[in-house]
Design a protein around this ligand. Structure first.
Ligand SMILES: C[S@@+](CC[C@H](N)C(=O)[O-])C[C@H]1O[C@@H](n2cnc3c(N)ncnc32)[C@H](O)[C@@H]1O
Length: 378
């Protein structure tokens, strides 16, 4: 008589050990004889476990960990780990009035993918901590800022739904994430462009200002200058207004709630010599629209002498398995939102028709083909 068919399953060690851990043991037991009971064939398939099951568990745990990175940054846990080199989740939870079990759970999620090493409630940075800390804002952008969009992806993808406000994102979280992304990505190039201004600066306008941090930086550098921050997202503007007040810049900084793509001229625009626009230029596209928007900027700001435009660009030809942190989330999110992401070549093809001359191009390309263009009115 042939041996009874079996299936295997694995018990995984709760201490996240590798497959040589004695607690991980494949077990086999006989399959119930469904085949013969139904009068059909008995399946002889043996499900093997181990590699693929472990890899899929890793994907799952990484998704939870991505959420945990975003949350851990928000509650200050990442900073605590970086500054103190260790954290006791229970003590931390008590000090910050947080739920202790959830705080230990966050550490466990981080430990599952080697971001921290955990022993009960205590944890310390592990192999991936430094890189995760450096790129924490990408996770915040994804999970907290764009979580609603990905959750509702099936609805957002249906053509019948793709008009009007068909998705939701957390604009304040996006603004916070972008402020951090900017620090290690755009800011060095932005400062270089501002330091190189060859005219006296009295008024600057920032399109899609988000947290307002960029324009506040300019006002700190030029104590006589005035600024105008324009954004369509009220929650982001509310946070920006508070930050400006805290920084003592309210009397020199005006925040306008407006859609940059459709706004009318405002009396405060007449004196603006410098226009900046970071991480929203892709909203000008597609091509004909972008050319129209570039011309509008010149018309809306008649005294403009420089446009500094910084944005991510569409990756070209990167194999699916070699995508860097952020690229995939950024590009899929914009596909879901129906926002065209131009390549660097696309951008370079519109400046002349849009009424601008390219003065300088800084290729940054840290994660999503970031580039800063310095443009003069043609
Ligand atoms: C990715 S964030 C970048 C924020 C900021 N420029 C920075 O560098 O940190 C893009 C910002 O553009 C704003 N935005 C997008 N489309 C806009 C539009 N049509 N008019 C005004 N603001 C817009 C968003 O609300 C968001 O605050």
């Amino acid at each position: 008589m042939p041996p009874a068919p079996t299936f295997s399953f694995a018990i995984f060690c709760r201490n996240e050990c590798d497959k040589d851990c004695p607690l991980i043991r494949a077990q086999t037991r006989p399959l119930p004889a469904h085949g013969s009971q139904r009068g059909g064939k008995v399946s002889t398939t043996t499900e093997t476990t181990g590699t693929s099951e472990r890899q899929v568990a890793h994907i799952y745990n990484a998704a939870v960990a991505a959420s945990a990175i975003s949350a851990a940054w928000d509650i200050g846990l990442l900073d605590e780990l970086r500054d103190q080199g260790t954290v006791d989740a229970e003590e931390y939870a008590d000090r910050r009035d947080l739920d202790a079990d959830s705080t230990v759970g966050l550490l466990r999620a981080l430990a599952s993918v080697d971001i921290v090493r955990r022993d009960g409630a205590r944890a310390e940075p592990a192999a991936l901590f430094d890189e995760v800390y450096r790129t924490r804002s990408f996770f915040h952008w994804l999970m907290r800022g764009s979580g609603g969009l990905f959750r509702e992806a099936p609805e957002a993808m249906r053509n019948e739904n793709r008009s009007g406000s068909f998705y939701q994102r957390d604009s304040a979280a996006i603004a916070r994430a972008c402020r951090e992304i900017s620090k290690f990505c755009y800011d060095p190039w932005f400062h270089r462009a501002v330091n190189g201004l060859d005219f006296p600066l009295t008024t600057v306008a920032d399109l899609g200002c988000g947290s307002g941090e960029r324009i506040m930086q300019v006002l700190r550098q030029f104590p006589e200058a005035r600024g105008i921050g324009i954004d369509v997202a009220e929650p982001a503007l509310a946070d920006a207004t508070e930050d400006a007040a805290r920084a003592g810049l309210s009397d020199r900084l005006l925040f306008l709630h407006a859609d940059v793509l459709e706004m009318a001229a405002h009396p405060s625009f007449a004196e603006v010599q410098l226009v900046t626009c970071f991480m929203m230029g892709h909203d000008f596209w597609p091509r004909e629209n972008c050319i129209r928007q570039l011309r509008r900027i010149r018309a809306l700001f008649p005294a403009v002498r420089r446009l500094i435009l910084g944005d991510a660009t569409r990756s070209v030809g990167t194999p699916d398995r070699e995508l860097r942190t952020f690229t995939l989330g950024f590009e899929l999110a914009h596909d879901l939102m129906g926002t065209f992401i131009p390549t660097v070549t696309d951008w370079e093809s519109v400046f002349e028709e849009g009424g601008w001359t390219l003065r300088w191009k800084h290729m940054i390309d840290i994660a999503v083909g970031e580039v800063v263009f310095e443009l003069d009115p043609a």
